[in-house]
Design a protein around this ligand. Structure first.
Ligand SMILES: CC(C)(COP(=O)(O)OP(=O)(O)OC[C@H]1O[C@@H](n2cnc3c(N)ncnc32)[C@H](O)[C@@H]1OP(=O)(O)O)[C@@H](O)C(=O)NCCC(=O)NCCS
Length: 158
């Protein structure tokens, strides 16, 4: 069941540092997103592209975010993360639903993303919203450990 306590809104300038902090914490997990530690918080905060960023907020605290990188060719590339303690409570679903709405308003015709092949939670979330698998990039990402990880490309026509 969705947790009614949190809300989704567009990101603003004040969100830069908390966005970077969550991103760095998820990078520390070395599992869901491509970036691995160390993350330079100040640099990440300064360079964050706010346009196309949605945040999930619980009582003023950012608990998740999603960025749509809108290309000039009509598709938008998604990246997202939810704080570990908030996962499995509907935050990712709420962010993705809002992103789909945002993308439609922007007249994008498609959303796409890349997800590690082992990331069952993310793949289930994307499938739930109708994303389909479009391909697999074999041994695409070299990790700090030296492992080479496959990525699944997924897309949703809007
Ligand atoms: C992927 C991620 C964003 C999902 O966010 P979330 O808030 O946990 O997602 P939700 O609670 O809305 O769950 C959405 C769906 O995912 C599926 N799901 C959630 N957790 C799951 C798990 N551990 N295993 C399998 N499926 C899972 C369910 O189908 C769920 O839908 P349902 O509740 O209607 O059954 C979150 O796990 C995360 O931030 N992970 C680390 C970063 C990451 O992997 N980002 C994505 C990179 S491509």
């Amino acid at each position: 069941m969705p947790d009614a306590a949190f809300q989704i809104r567009l990101a603003s300038d004040d969100d830069r540092l908390p966005l970077a902090v969550i991103f760095a914490a998820v990078a520390e997990e070395r599992d869901g997103i491509a970036t691995e530690p160390p993350v330079d918080l100040e640099a990440r905060a300064a360079s964050w592209t706010l346009d196309g960023t949605l945040v999930a907020v619980d009582g003023g605290e950012i608990i998740g975010s999603l960025h749509v990188d809108a290309s000039q060719h009509g598709f938008g590339e998604i990246g997202m993360a939810v704080s570990r303690e908030w996962r499995g409570r509907g935050v990712g679903s709420a962010l993705l639903a809002a992103a789909i709405e945002w993308a439609r308003e922007r007249n994008l015709h498609k959303l796409s993303l890349s997800v590690f092949a082992h990331n069952a939670a993310a793949i289930a979330l994307y499938r739930k919203f109708g994303f389909v698998e479009e391909g697999r990039r074999v041994k695409h990402y070299r990790r700090a450990s030296g492992e080479l990880w496959d990525a699944i490309e997924m897309g949703l026509l809007l």
